[in-house]
Design a protein around this ligand. Structure first.
Ligand SMILES: C[S@@+](CC[C@H](N)C(=O)[O-])C[C@H]1O[C@@H](n2cnc3c(N)ncnc32)[C@H](O)[C@@H]1O
Length: 305
């Protein structure tokens, strides 16, 4: 085995014959101080190169807030050829991940820490990831993420081994690795000290049950488009009020389902009803001047008041 130090002070052990696509065995960083431990079990641990080294996740690891270990399921497969998948009983397309390597991998990885951890299977059939679930996961000392591939994992894994099943949305990606990257990034953001300004977490979309207000940066005028004057006023109270109203309006227009669950005052509700009625009136008068039917394609952001 060769051993070299990477930029984030993790030891990465690469077999001497590795041409870059082999499994990574990541050892804890020296500054690890009992943040969240995340073990990821995958057939393609090389897929995690990059996303975990940069930006928020890179910082979270450097700060010792998150300790990620990658484990190649194939290392636990029995037999000379270390086969990890097979045809599904009953026929049908695609391969299914065999139970033996996964059961043994989970048992071995579990034993690496006194904390048993929650075994989470990434699957499009799981509960859909929300900010509330992210926060719940961020309170746990240890997560063991199981990434499926091909047609998925043998059902007995789900029945006996898995504590939780998470989906990143109602669509299918080719592997649980992509879903695990999404989940780990979202969890890392919730850990203390990871995101520079805690205030940005509070105001972010989904944090308070609303979508975030529109954001602008310099220049104040760009190709004929002006930043709303209130944002240049320096009046913090008025800016906060404008942002809150923009959040309400944006959520009402884009995600009325979220608005129904959000905590909103009676005065805000009244303002929103008025704002939406005004928009409808304006839209109706605009429709009178055009023959075009309303399209169902990508939506434009609501106009700024
Ligand atoms: C091609 S998918 C298999 C989908 C499976 N045949 C099904 O219909 O439920 C391969 C793997 O990608 C992962 N995956 C795909 N879509 C996902 C999603 N929306 N959320 C979480 N994981 C997903 C799962 O780990 C899954 O086992």
């Amino acid at each position: 085995m060769l051993s070299r130090r990477c930029a984030l002070r993790w030891s990465i052990r690469l077999p001497a014959d590795c041409a870059g696509s082999c499994a990574l065995s990541l050892i804890r960083p020296a500054r690890y101080d009992r943040g969240v431990r995340i073990d990821i079990l995958s057939l393609f641990p090389g897929m995690f190169r990059g996303p975990f080294d940069e930006s928020i996740m890179g910082r979270a690891r450097q700060a010792g807030r998150i300790d990620i270990s990658l484990h190649n399921i194939r290392d636990y497969a029995e037999g000379r050829h270390q086969v990890t998948d097979d045809y599904g009983f009953g026929g049908g397309p695609g391969m299914v991940m065999k139970p033996q390597p996964i059961f043994d991998a989970v048992a071995a990885v579990r034993a690496m820490d006194a904390e048993a951890g929650r075994v989470v299977l990434l699957t499009p059939q799981g509960r859909t990831l929300t900010q509330a679930i992210v926060r719940e996961l961020a309170t746990l000392p240890r997560l063991i993420l199981l990434c499926g591939h091909y047609e998925g994992v043998d059902e007995r894994v789900r029945e006996r081994l898995v504590d939780d099943e998470i989906s990143i949305g109602d669509y299918v990606v080719s592997g649980g690795e992509i879903a695990a990257i999404v989940l780990v990034d979202a969890v890392a953001r919730e850990l203390p000290g990871v995101v520079g300004s805690p205030a940005s977490l509070v105001e972010e979309s989904h944090a308070s049950g609303l979508l975030e207000y529109p954001q602008y940066t310099r220049p104040a005028a760009f190709r004929g488009m002006e930043v709303p004057a209130i944002l240049l006023s320096g009046h913090h109270g008025e800016v906060a009020k404008w942002r809150r109203r923009q959040s309400l309006l944006r959520t009402a227009l884009r995600r009325p389902d979220m608005l129904a669950r959000a905590s909103i005052t009676a005065a805000e509700r009244a303002w929103l009803a008025q704002a939406l009625a005004t928009r409808e009136t304006v839209a109706a008068s605009e429709d009178e001047h055009t023959d075009q039917a309303p399209h169902s394609g990508p939506r434009r952001p609501p106009a700024i008041e």
